[in-house]
Design a binder for this molecule. Structure first.
Ligand code: PGA
Length: 250
């Protein structure tokens, strides 16, 4: 049975004191559920967040990491630094990293391999831009993003990979893919995985949807057969909204 997951990507939001406050609110407000709950605060607040959540079922994850093991990469963070402070999962390939920081499929392949080799779990993000969808290239584009970054990995690595399909045109725009568009793409992703590996593996990989998920639309999106949860940006910054989205993942 694949896992149901709701992950909050806090992006470049929340100071240290605001992080503590939001985690306190989450710990008070989260309803019990069988959904795996993750939050991704900024690097500077990770260690405190790991400590603060140690008595809860909230997992603290990182938003990014560098592919090298260590060395002269000013401003960067390595996998073993994350592991050392108790982080076990890292988001790789978010569209903002691709768009603003030049992260190509080749770099993301290296980052993913480095994360997995260091024993981290990866939430791997990908998805088409509006122009790709308008020119009906979205399936082709998504298949190539997966192939270029992930399909050289051995089957055994897939126990530690969660996929997050995030159409770029739906991120932070208020425009969500319809539940039908999400399901259509998630089913395609699973078929693509089955072709590259096998059906048993494809059935076990959790595929999250991301892009303007809100309490008002979460239940309908999560209700689709191949949608196993969500990667949430804006709505993860409010405890009540984040809880409502978690509860919607039945
Ligand atoms: P959003 O962001 O929910 O604010 O659209 C999603 C994401 O970037 O992961």
């Amino acid at each position: 049975m694949r896992k149901k997951i709701v992950a909050g990507n806090w992006k470049m939001n929340k100071t240290a004191s605001e992080t503590t406050e939001l985690i306190d609110a989450l710990k008070n407000q989260l309803s019990p559920s069988d959904v795996e709950v993750m939050i991704a605060p900024t690097f500077v607040n990770l260690q405190a967040a790991v400590k603060q959540t140690s008595d809860s079922h909230i997992e603290v994850i990182a938003q990014n990491m560098h592919q090298a093991q260590s060395g002269a990469y000013t401003g960067e963070i390595a996998a073993d630094m994350l592991k050392d402070i108790g982080v076990q999962t890292v988001i790789i390939g978010h569209s903002e990293r691709r768009a603003y920081f030049g992260e190509t499929d080749a770099i993301l392949a290296e980052k993913t391999k480095a994360a997995l080799d260091n024993g981290l779990r990866v939430v791997f993000c990908f998805g088409e831009e509006l122009a790709d969808r308008q020119s009906e290239k979205h399936f082709e584009l998504v298949a190539s993003q997966l192939k270029n970054a992930l399909f050289a990995l051995p089957s055994s690595d897939w126990n530690n990979i969660v996929l997050a399909y995030e159409p770029v045109w739906a991120i932070g725009t208020g425009e969500t893919a319809s539940p039908e568009q999400a399901q259509e793409m998630h089913a395609f992703i699973r078929t693509t995985l089955a072709a590259a590996y096998d059906d048993a593996l494809a059935q076990e990989v959790s595929i999250l949807y991301g892009g303007s998920v809100k309490p008002a639309n979460a239940e309908e999106i999560f209700g689709k057969a191949d949608v196993d949860g969500g990667l949430i940006g804006g709505a993860a910054l409010n405890a009540a909204d984040f809880n409502a989205i978690i509860v919607a993942n039945k």
